[in-house]
Write a protein that binds this ligand. Structure first.
Ligand code: IVH
Length: 711
């Protein structure tokens, strides 16, 4: 038997040794012991901590395997706001940036050039060398506390070594390396879950998981690029120096950095990485330039949104040429037919591309696409890449033009086209299988009825078994019917192409029970989400909300005429027509009746009025761009809390366009042509807080261009 004191000492020694090996392995990439020895030590530590829980420290290496569950992420205010970077896309932009800097700083300037990691930013707070909190960026002013999840990331040190300051924050990026991403998506295909479009989305989704064990399994990674603390510039003269110190304390700081003094040197770095990035194990989307000297950084200062001493250079979307082999036609949940190109597989931005969307018939005509054409494909953040051009020189003389199908590829029904629209539709909505399955998938999705545990694969199985033919049938499912159902379904690859392998979809005891419970729970989902879930064409989340604000229940909505509906601010003729058409269809009326009978919410709950003064009552806003003090959803919520309404597109009924940074030029043009006032975030803050607009009482909120001192 080991004494308490011996246990304490052994736990301390094991923890330290394990953390050191972790550092050697993950940060220095120079392991000095075998994985087996490491696991043995970790096991011994876990055993001792279990026996002597009083010595279990929150920064113990055992915490990395996860286990903690976060029910709800606490919102935490950032001690230093988390700003963003201004973007640049060309050599001229970089030259302008350097000229601007040189105007304000008269001594020689050095730039620290770094990789721009494509993930999500994180703030890591350390007290006496121990990680005390990890917070997401959120809206820049406050974010979510994701400490339990972040602790599972091997490259985030839980305990530091060396001469670290007593309190500071490390800023960095959480990324999902390509191999973790590929494994995760493979697994999701096998489970019939939706795929993540890119590693960034996957990292974001992972960080918000409630179960930290699952986070640990997904193998995220972290790179640190910025230190923040009071008096930082008294300790270090340059940004580079502080990062090298951080590396010694245990942080993962990239080796791929360069100190450059001229545009030429900077562009050597940029051009090198524009090529070499494809060999990196994780995604980067550009290069970040930072003025290296802290003294110069202080002179340059900040705007409300970003430091004036830094800029991001974004790489262009990658392009590649490949051959168009054939065209498939896919049927969406509204019956729209989308042509999809099958391409000769090529490597593009780290993944193999075999397909590209062709949008509609006009798109095919515009490029005069022929089978066998050599096409140029680009990939942004999306799963499906786009074709942006055809190399006509390479067209074979006998090439056949791509012909758009005139019958539904799924059910054989003759397609129809609405006047003035490029799209073709399959009119067989009630019985065309992909449309039915698509509507059910939409109905159960998170923002609609949120029936977890039911995914694409399970819906397919239930549909094939004849158990569900529409969304209302979901509510006649019982545990007994579900339990034990199983079927082999084809496995698709990341391009949506059958791999020839199959996977077993089955309803085990727990899944069947979860589904029945989730269906029961969905009966409390509010009317506006039920309306959205019905999948009426053109009725998205915002429109559903707007309609529900005007009609208290489904019966009054069903009686509304096209004129009534289009009189609602932001609901135009097109939306009004599709709502009307939906409720004129007896198949839909029958579904609504059966959903009503199942007990779903088809009337507005009487909600408590907002606590805020209704200063924006009767005003409709369109929010566009990025804001310094709010997330997009946050600013929309503020509008509603003060009695205003949100609309998604600008029309003559819009009262204000609330423009943040990066508002699209099209929106601006439209607002100007309709004479809709464009207001800034500051104007908005004055509207909801009239004290701000009276001159004497309080200083105005910071506006872009004002210099904020953060140190
Ligand atoms: S510095 C005060 N350095 O890019 C600004 N950011 O577009 C601190 N990012 O929010 C950011 N790599 O999430 C910095 N080497 C790097 C970066 C980097 C990626 C992200 C970061 C930031 C975003 C701005």
């Amino acid at each position: 038997m080991i004494t308490k004191e011996e246990a304490r000492q052994r736990i301390a020694a094991l923890s330290e040794e394990l953390e050191r090996h972790n550092y050697n392995y993950y940060i220095l990439a120079k392991p000095t012991i075998s994985d087996y020895e490491f696991d043995m030590m970790l096991e011994e530590l876990a055993r001792l901590e279990h026996e002597f829980p009083e010595f279990l420290s929150p920064s113990s290496p055992t915490q990395r395997v996860g286990g903690g569950i976060t029910k709800e992420f606490q919102s935490v205010k950032h001690r230093y706001p988390m700003l963003s970077l201004s973007n640049s896309y060309s050599k001229e932009d970089i030259e302008d940036f350097i000229t601007r800097i040189k105007k304000s700083v008269d001594t020689e300037v050095e730039f620290c050039c770094e990789l721009k990691f494509d993930g999500l930013s994180i703030s890591l707070q350390y007290e006496d060398g121990v990680l005390i909190r990890a917070v997401t960026r959120g809206d820049g002013m406050q974010g979510d506390d994701v400490t339990t999840n972040v602790k599972t990331i091997r490259t985030v040190p839980l305990k530091l070594h060396g001469d670290f300051p007593p309190f500071f924050e490390m800023r960095g990026e959480i990324v999902m390396p390509f191999d973790s991403f590929d494994k995760l998506n493979e697994q999701r295909v096998a489970q019939g879950d939706d795929l993540f479009a890119n590693p960034r989305n996957a990292a974001a989704g992972t960080l918000k998981l409630q179960d930290s064990k699952e986070v640990a399994r997904r193998h995220l990674d972290n790179y640190c690029y910025y230190m923040m603390m009071d008096g930082l510039e008294d300790r270090y003269q340059t940004h580079y120096e502080s990062l090298q110190a951080a590396k010694r304390w245990g942080f993962n700081v990239s080796n791929f950095m360069a100190i450059c003094k001229s545009v030429e040197e900077i562009f050597d770095f940029i051009n090198y990485w524009d090529e070499a990035r494809h060999q990196l194990p994780f995604a980067i989307d550009g290069i970040v330039l930072k003025v290296n000297s802290y003294e110069q950084q202080q002179v340059l200062g900040y705007t409300a949104k970003s430091p004036k001493w830094a800029i991001a250079y974004k790489f262009k979307a990658e392009e590649v040429e490949t051959e168009l082999q054939s065209v498939d036609f896919q049927v969406g949940r509204h019956g729209t037919i989308t042509p999809v190109a099958n391409l000769s597989p090529v490597l593009l931005a780290g993944t193999t591309v075999k397909r590209a969307t062709l949008n509609n018939e006009d798109f095919i005509r515009q490029f005069d696409l022929h089978y066998g054409d050599t096409v140029t494909v680009v990939k942004g953040g999306e799963i499906i890449p786009k074709i942006i051009g055809v190399n006509f020189d390479k067209r074979q003389p006998n090439a056949q033009p791509v012909a758009f199908t005139r019958v539904c590829p799924a059910c054989g029904t003759e397609l129809i086209q609405n006047e003035g629209e490029a799209a073709w539709y399959c009119p067989n909505a009630p019985a065309c299988p992909p449309q039915v399955k698509g509507r059910i998938e939409h109905f159960i999705s998170r923002k609609a009825m949120n029936i977890e545990s039911l995914g694409e694969g399970k819906i397919e199985l239930l549909y094939d078994e004849g158990l569900i033919k529409d969304v209302a049938d979901l509510y006649s499912l019982t545990y007994e019917r579900l339990f034990g159902l199983a079927k082999e379904l084809p496995i698709l690859d990341e391009n949506g192409i059958e791999t020839g392998k199959t996977r077993k979809v089955s309803f085990k005891e727990k899944t069947a029970k979860n589904i029945i419970d989730a269906l029961e729970k969905s009966k409390t989902v509010p009317f506006e989400r039920v309306l959205f879930a019905l999948g009426i064409r053109n009725v998205g989340e915002v429109v559903a909300k707007t309609i529900v604000a005007e009609y208290r229940d489904i019966d009054s909505l069903m009686q509304a005429s096209v004129e009534d509906l289009s009189a609602i601010n932001t609901v135009g003729e097109v939306i009004a027509q599709s709502v009307k058409a939906f409720f004129e269809n007896p198949v839909n009326l029958d579904i609504v009746e059966r959903l009503k009978a199942a007990g779903l919410q088809f009337a507005k709950a009487e909600t408590a009025a907002s606590d805020q003064p209704q200063l924006l009552a009767g005003k409709t806003f369109v929010v566009s761009g990025v804001f310094a003090h709010y997330s997009r959803d946050g600013i929309k919520a503020a509008i509603e809390a003060y009695g205003g309404k949100n609309a998604s597109s600008i029309s003559s009924k819009t009262d204000y366009v609330l423009a943040g940074d990066k508002m699209g030029p099209e929106k601006r043009k439209k607002a100007e042509s309709l004479g809709v006032p464009i207001i800034s975030e500051e104007d908005f803050e004055k509207m909801i807080n009239p004290i701000l607009s009276s001159v004497s009482s309080s200083p105005p909120p910071p506006s872009p261009g004002d210099t904020l001192s953060l140190f």
